[in-house]
Write a protein that binds this ligand. Structure first.
Ligand code: G6Q
Length: 537
């Protein structure tokens, strides 16, 4: 396979970028009155206006040519078919099977995985209903009112994000808490006001060996026994979500209370698998199924729509353009919906763990930038802090704005004010304010440069009618596939995470050294830090 920079479309894009860099969005809009209509796409209940990107028809066709030359079509088919596209771990990548309809057949090593997926979903639903109806009782006979999910990374970020996003649909009698950090404060604060007799712990870990999660799970067991004083209580208050039955039973959780998944589900792609148990308990099996059907419709759109009318493909190509040709290093994700407050954090893992890579599938160092840094906060809060830099700083920061026409909480004029701000920000970023416009406001000359906005800042605007479980599924799948396309173009393995694995082993050497007086054998900085900690602890 040719390296990315040798592809014809790539080289033409480099040439084209030199012509595009001096162009301003003001002029692109002024010379083309139909721009907003042409550079927009509606699919699966999501509307994307991408006209405020620094692109022309030529940019788009070159980007689409790049997708074609990169073999994107064949790669999409390979993923959906279950080929082992995660080559460094020799695994299939089949999160799409988690939301496939019951009558679909998807083969992994000669076995149809759809019935297995559906069987776990059915067991999860039966369990979720028992909790929601008060049928599953704690050891002392009390109803379960608190659900504490213990997990980290992919076993935490998806569930937290989905719970917050769909809180409106949740059963308000239940309190959900999430413990991820190995810092004891996380566990202590999550449980300080809870009655153990009313608390269910979900220990969510694909491997069931992750240090943070196992430490928190052991602490949870001790906390529970501290209140209930009987080993037998564990069975009523702990369930596990894992691929590792042996470790689950070694921990003391009955595997009858375990919900499984498979090694072809990556951690950051697992919120639709049993890792979503907390979500299902909160919003109920029907809403969870609605979310899955949203994921599935976006999967089908991605799999079948021509690239020029394909939401994930277009968003990925715009990211490639902004990152590799216009030099943007980050993308701000700015949801104008309080319920999506954890969406940027969730996306950080999805995007950066997937495409934060420096070698190609063939192991060669890349000669171009890979994943931009994703970050963000819900609107309008960000407007009163970091938007200053996006408007008038020296860096180019493309923004993904996300908004909903109907609020789930209709209060006075809040919604119209929120959406007015959303549209106004994208408008101001694109068009800015010229020095002449500032002068026309009778601004003294010395102040004019400070009050001038260059504009020409690119953004995407994603709109949907209302935040529902189905729309959340579509939104997440949109970004999953967007990330996939980026990875294909950059020729990466988007599905491994060796950097995370390293972190899992590094601390193991230092921990015993903190409490011993033995000689230290690190660099002088690490040695001095350990010695200081020994004195101060
Ligand atoms: C995700 C990563 C990583 C993982 C956590 C938790 O893609 O692999 O974030 O989810 O390290 O791992 P366990 O679920 O095995 O505890």
């Amino acid at each position: 396979m040719k390296s990315l920079t040798e592809l014809r479309a790539w080289q033409e894009l480099e040439q084209h970028a030199t012509e595009m860099k001096p162009q301003h969005l003001r002029d692109l809009f002024a010379t083309d009155t139909a721009r907003a209509q042409r550079l927009a796409l509606e699919a699966e209940g999501l509307f994307l206006d991408y006209s405020k990107n620094r692109i022309t028809g030529t940019t788009l066709s070159l980007l689409l040519q790049l997708a074609a030359e990169s073999g994107l079509r064949a790669s999409i088919d390979a993923m959906f078919r279950g080929d082992q596209i995660n080559i460094t771990e020799k695994r299939s990548v089949l999160h799409t099977a988690l939301r496939a309809p019951r009558d679909k057949q998807i083969m992994v090593e000669g076995v149809d995985v759809v019935p297995q997926v559906q069987e776990v979903l059915d067991r999860m639903a039966a369990f979720a209903d028992r909790i929601r109806l008060g049928d599953w009782r704690g050891f002392t006979g009390k109803r379960i009112r608190n659900i504490v999910n213990i997990g980290i990374g992919g076993s935490d970020l998806g569930p937290v994000m989905a719970y917050e996003a769909l809180r409106h649909y949740s059963l308000r009698d239940l309190r959900l808490r999430f413990v991820s950090n190995v810092d004891g404060t996380d566990f202590a604060e999550a449980t300080w006001d809870l009655d153990a007799g009313e608390t269910l712990f979900i220990v969510a870990s694909k491997t069931f060996t992750t240090l943070e999660t196992m430490t928190n799970a052991r602490t949870a067991r001790a906390w529970l026994l501290g209140q209930l004083n009987d080993e037998k209580a564990v069975a009523s208050h702990f369930v596990a979500v894992s691929t590792n039955a042996a470790k689950v039973s070694e921990f003391g959780i009955d595997t009858a209370n375990m919900f499984g998944f498979w090694d072809w589900v990556g951690g950051r792609y697992s919120m639709d698998a049993a890792i979503g148990l907390s979500t299902m308990i909160a919003i109920g099996p029907d809403n969870f199924r609605a979310m899955l059907s949203g994921f599935h419709s976006m999967d089908e759109h991605f799999r079948t729509a021509p690239f020029e009318a394909n939401l994930p493909v277009l968003m990925a190509l715009l990211t490639i353009w902004n990152t590799n040709f216009l030099g943007a290093g980050t993308i701000a994700v700015l949801p104008y919906d309080q319920y999506l407050k954890r969406f940027p954090a969730y996306l950080q893992q999805l995007t950066m763990e997937s495409n934060g890579k420096h070698v190609t599938l063939a192991g060669a160092p890349v000669k171009y930038e890979t994943s931009p840094i994703y970050w963000g906060e819900p609107g309008t809060n960000g407007q009163h802090s970091f938007y200053q830099l996006i408007h008038q700083g020296t860096r180019l920061i493309p923004c993904d704005f996300i908004g909903f026409a109907k609020s789930l909480n209709k209060l006075g004029e809040h919604q119209d004010i929120l959406i007015a701000n959303l549209f106004a920000q994208a408008e101001a970023l694109a068009f800015g304010k010229t020095a002449d416009e500032v002068r026309a406001e009778k601004t003294p000359e010395w102040l004019v440069p400070h009050r001038t906005f260059e504009g020409n800042r690119p953004s995407n605007m994603l709109l949907a009618e209302q935040l529902t479980p189905e729309i959340l599924g579509k939104l997440v799948a949109l970004y999953e596939h967007n990330v996939f396309v980026q990875g294909i173009i950059w020729q990466l393995d988007s599905f491994d995470q060796w950097g995370v694995e390293l972190g899992k082993v590094l601390a193991v050497r230092i921990q015993p050294e903190l409490t011993s007086a033995g000689a230290l054998n690190h660099d002088s900085s690490t040695n001095a830090l350990i010695e200081r900690y020994r004195r101060m602890r």
